[in-house]
Design a protein around this ligand. Structure first.
Ligand code: GRF
Length: 212
């Protein structure tokens, strides 16, 4: 049984999708939810599901490394096999990333390698893109640059706005993140030399293409 720890800063709708999807999964369960903000609604979701929570407030630390060390300590206390970033709004140090190398996942709201960083929906609209989406990837030291596991796309239609795209992409996120987690938990995906293999076959740069 693989132990999952989820890191959040806000609403935690991806956390909820993962809690729901793993509720009856024999391979994994969410054992802890960690937030850097006391007010994150995701903490309520965790409590409702009977999952342990912890808050490590970044404003109480005077360096990134001191904050990350406190995070690592809590995550290790939960003996995490997999660490899932789900709307965790802090940039992590290389030390943290290396500590959880090969067992640290993130979801990013763009079709990576397009639009690393913030304001992805706005940037896709401004570029006149015809599609947009999200990507689950292993985390590496490069921001939003780790090997992709799975990606889902939606058409950008006339009249779409930042808000409508956020909603469409969130719906996709709630499908592909639990799937990536279940693949990891059942050891269907592996990471070798920054390349992801699914059931032994190498995936391309954008990961597995999920079709809705
Ligand atoms: C998602 O859009 C995700 O792509 C980004 O942060 C957001 C988290 O949303 N990394 P939620 O807290 O899971 O609702």
């Amino acid at each position: 049984m693989k132990k999952i720890v989820v890191l959040i800063s806000g609403s935690g709708s991806n956390l909820q999708a993962i809690i729901d999807a793993t509720a009856n999964d024999q391979h994994c369960r969410v054992v802890g939810v960690l937030s850097n903000r006391e007010s994150a609604y995701g903490l309520e979701r965790a409590k409702k599901a009977g999952i342990e929570t912890a808050v490590v407030d970044h404003t109480h630390f005077d360096s990134r490394l001191a904050f990350d060390s406190a995070l690592m300590e809590q995550i290790d206390a939960w003996q995490a096999d997999l660490v899932v970033l789900a709307g965790f709004m802090r940039i992590l140090t290389d030390e943290f990333v290396q500590h959880f190398s090969g067992r640290l996942l993130n979801i990013h709201p763009s079709l990576l390698p397009k639009y690393k960083g913030t304001n992805t929906h706005q940037r896709a609209l401004e570029a006149g893109d015809t599609e947009h989406g999200c990507t689950v990837h292993f985390v590496s030291e490069e921001l939003d640059g780790g090997a992709a596991i799975i990606q889902a796309a939606t058409d950008i239609e006339q009249g779409d706005t930042v808000d409508s795209l956020i909603q469409k992409v969130h719906q996709l996120e709630h499908q592909i993140y639990p799937l990536a987690v279940s693949w990891f938990a059942s050891e269907r995906i592996t990471l070798e030399n920054n390349r992801v293999f699914l059931d032994g076959s190498p995936l391309g740069e954008t990961g597995y293409l999920y079709r809705v």
